[in-house]
Design a protein around this ligand. Structure first.
Ligand code: THU
Length: 159
C-alpha cells in the first residue's frame, strides 16, 4: 500500500497585483453579476471568459422555480462561448459573486458540475484555462481546472 498526495497550486493575490488583462476580466465577471437572474438564492454570480481570439464572453446564473433547471454563471458563460465561438479556446475564466449588497469577501469557487464543464473546455481545445476567483479580500489564481478536480474523469477515459 502507498499514499498518493495530490497538491493544488493556488496563487493568492490582490486586485492591484493582477495584469491589465486579468483586471479587465475580473471587472467583467463582477459586472456580469448585475445581470444574474437569482430571485431564489439572491446569490448573484458572474463569470467572464477570455478566448484566444481576444473576445470576452460573460454570463451569470439563471435560476428557475424548478430549481435544477437553472444554470450557474460558469456554465452559462462557457456554453455561450462554445456556441458563439466554437473554434476558439478559452484561455482565462474569472468568477465573482455578489450577495446582500456587496461582492463576497472570500473568492467564490465553481461548483462540482461547473468544474466538470471547465475540464471539458480545457480538453476540447487542449488548452489549460487560468481561473481567477474574485473576493474583496483576496483573489485566487489557478492555472488549470485539474488542480480543482483531481482524479478527474475526462474524454480520454472513454477511449
Ligand atoms: N452558482 C453559480 O452560478 N456558480 C457557482 O460556482 C456556485 C453557485 C449559483 C447557482 C445558484 O443560482 C446560486 O449560485 C446559489 O447556489
Amino acid at each position: 500500500m502507498k499514499n498518493i498526495d495530490i497538491v493544488a497550486n493556488i496563487l493568492v493575490c490582490d486586485y492591484n497585483e493582477l495584469t491589465e488583462t486579468q483586471k479587465k476580466l475580473v471587472d467583467c465577471a463582477k459586472d456580469a453579476c448585475k445581470r444574474a437572474y437569482a430571485p431564489y438564492s439572491q446569490f448573484n454570480v458572474g463569470a467572464a471568459a477570455l478566448l484566444d481570439n481576444g473576445e470576452v464572453v460573460s454570463g451569470s446564473n439563471q435560476e428557475n422555480a424548478a430549481y435544477p433547471s437553472g444554470t450557474c454563471a460558469e456554465r452559462t458563460t462557457l456554453f455561450y462561448a462554445g456556441a458563439k465561438y466554437p473554434d476558439n479556446a478559452v484561455t482565462k475564466l474569472a468568477i465573482a459573486a455578489y450577495k446582500g449588497g456587496e461582492y463576497t469577501t472570500a473568492p467564490t469557487a465553481p461548483c462540482g458540475a461547473c468544474r466538470q464543464v471547465i475540464l471539458e473546455t480545457e480538453h476540447r481545445y487542449n488548452t489549460p484555462i487560468e481561473i481567477l476567483l474574485y473576493g474583496k479580500d483576496k483573489i485566487y489564481i489557478i492555472n488549470s481546472i485539474e488542480s480543482l478536480l483531481p482524479l478527474c474523469f475526462g474524454k480520454t477515459d472513454l477511449e
